[in-house]
Write a protein that binds this ligand. Structure first.
Ligand code: AHR
Length: 507
């Protein structure tokens, strides 16, 4: 009898975990908040070849350039649409003294980049170059101030130099350096990882430091950002919200996807299905982090005035063999495309609180969208996901309910299908990831309050889980038309190929 009851219990558990089909409800008639274009943000630090070689080669370079910015990179970024660009770090920000990077280039002092390889930084890419670059690629700029080794005066003068139109020693200096009008820089962060490389502070101590700095950042309409938690450090968020929420517009969060642990990150391209699965279970933690940090913020800020800004996220693997360990140069495979799709879906779904996210980092560092080698440039699988997902920028998120088949490996399961949706100018965009590397997924959609007449789509996929794009070779992963969705009698269904990221658009 006991055995029979156990059998029934196990049977019902199995039944509960089993879904009859992949089914997604999209609440088209209940649009949510706008997905800020800053959620499609990037991060460029003075680290390895992100700035030098990646963005900036100098006006005298044989590599075609616009005022020193690589032309190929500029064109690719414009096509992808960079929502916002964070600079100059990262850990580098708390060693950066902005006055070293203005004025005639041949008179700028050099410094040692102590965090990243101990290389000499000649400061040829500074404030003017960064803001010029943002204008060239059409990105909103975001500047991270130096708290760790900087002063309140230095920070306050940087804001004045950049944003003020009044007559002052700072604005005169700016004009002398060739820029008559102020730039419109809204986003300013007070320090970076102040719990770590930015000063190893306690949250209580940093909350006071933050308020001190924020008091002297004076410019109309600027958006002040406090350095937020590392991963699941909810206490950090709680203390900052309790002590300083009234002086901040945004609070950051950093979380990197490391497949195993920091001592065993693994190769960017040489991995098996076990690592593929493990990478996704680690990256899906972002859902939990955003939900729980937002819940802490809700206690202090129920009207959601303060944004949660995930201003560093992405995959962190071992550096490519033979490269400088301090340069964090890694390849990017189809696995990274799925990681990007999953995280961007999570941010879209939390648009009520997540107002910015910056993948680390834009070029040649960690989960880059672009890799460069001398004259050559490679667009990574992550690039194509960002390009495909740009339809969500400034669109209204649509709530989704996902019922998914499990993707199971060695007794562990994840949902195979991951999704977010938005609407803009009457166009409904649904982005989907199929994490299963073997099985296609048939999905039935229930579009509440919407009968689609026309469907189109795009897809990012490749032949193997570790397919990647390499210099001088035909692309293994790119963007192509998706023909696997159809509307029959007003009902949408789709077949998602295994290991793919898909966009479906409906009118
Ligand atoms: O993105 C690389 C580094 O990771 C950043 O400089 C730092 O903020 C983080 O620890």
């Amino acid at each position: 009898m006991k055995r029979f009851v156990l059998f029934l219990m196990l049977g019902s558990l199995f039944f509960l975990n089993t879904v009859a089909q992949n089914r997604i409800v999209v609440h088209v008639s209940e649009p949510g908040p706008k997905i800020d274009k800053a959620v499609y943000g990037h991060f460029a630090e003075h680290l390895g070849h992100c700035i030098y070689g990646g963005i900036y080669v100098g006006e005298n370079s044989p590599i075609p350039n616009i005022r020193g910015f690589r032309k190929d990179v500029v064109e690719a970024l414009k096509a992808m649409k960079v929502g916002i660009l964070r600079w100059p770090g990262g850990c580098f920000a708390d060693t950066y003294h902005w006055r070293d990077g203005i004025g005639p280039r041949n008179e700028r002092p050099s410094i040692i980049n102590v965090h990243w390889g101990g290389v000499t930084e000649d400061n040829s890419f500074g404030t003017h170059e960064f803001l010029d670059f943002c204008e060239v690629i059409g990105a909103e700029p975001y500047i991270n101030l130096n708290v760790g080794s900087g002063t309140v005066r230095e920070a306050s003068e940087w804001v004045e130099y950049v944003t003020s139109s009044n007559k002052s020693p700072m604005t005169e200096l700016r004009k002398k350096n060739g820029r008559e009008d102020p730039w419109n820089v809204k986003y300013w962060a007070v320090g970076n990882e102040t719990w770590g490389c930015g000063g190893n502070m306690r949250p209580e101590y940093y909350a006071d430091v933050y308020k001190q700095f924020a008091s002297f950042l004076r410019a109309p309409g600027i958006y002040k950002i406090a350095s937020g938690a590392n991963s699941e450090d909810y206490k950090w968020t709680e203390v900052l919200m309790r002590e300083a929420k009234w002086m901040m517009n945004g609070l950051s969060l950093h979380y990197y996807t490391v497949p195993f642990d920091w001592s065993k990150k693994g190769s960017a391209t040489q991995f098996d299905e076990k690592v593929w699965f493990q990478t996704f279970s680690k990256t899906l933690k972002m859902e939990e982090l955003v939900t729980k940090h937002a819940a802490v913020m809700d206690q202090f800020d129920p009207k959601k005035k303060v944004g949660l800004l995930v201003d560093e996220w992405g995959c962190w693997y071992d550096v490519e063999p033979g490269t400088n360990p301090g340069f964090l140069y890694q390849q990017s495979s189809l696995r990274d495309a799925l990681v990007a799709g999953i995280n961007l879906n999570i941010f879209n779904n939390h648009a009520d609180r997540v107002r910015m996210a910056n993948i680390a980092q834009m070029i040649n560092v960690l989960q880059s969208v672009i890799l460069t080698k001398d004259q050559e440039m490679v667009l990574t699988p992550t690039y194509y996901v960002f390009k495909m997902y740009n339809v969500h920028q400034e669109a209204n998120m649509l709530p989704v309910e996902v019922q998914s088949y499990p993707y199971t490996l060695e007794g562990n399961s994840l949902n195979a299908v991951h999704c977010s949706a938005s609407v803009k100018d009457g166009m409904v965009s649904i982005t989907l990831c199929n994490l299963d590397p073997q099985k296609n997924q048939d999905v039935e959609f229930d579009l509440r309050g919407f009968v689609p007449a026309k469907v189109s789509g795009q897809i990012v996929t490749g032949k193997s889980i570790n397919a990647f794009n390499d210099f001088g070779k035909k692309e293994e992963v790119s963007l192509s038309e998706f023909k696997g969705a159809e509307i029959v009698k007003g009902k949408l269904s789709a077949k998602l190929p295994s290991k793919s990221v898909v966009l479906i658009q409906l009118q």
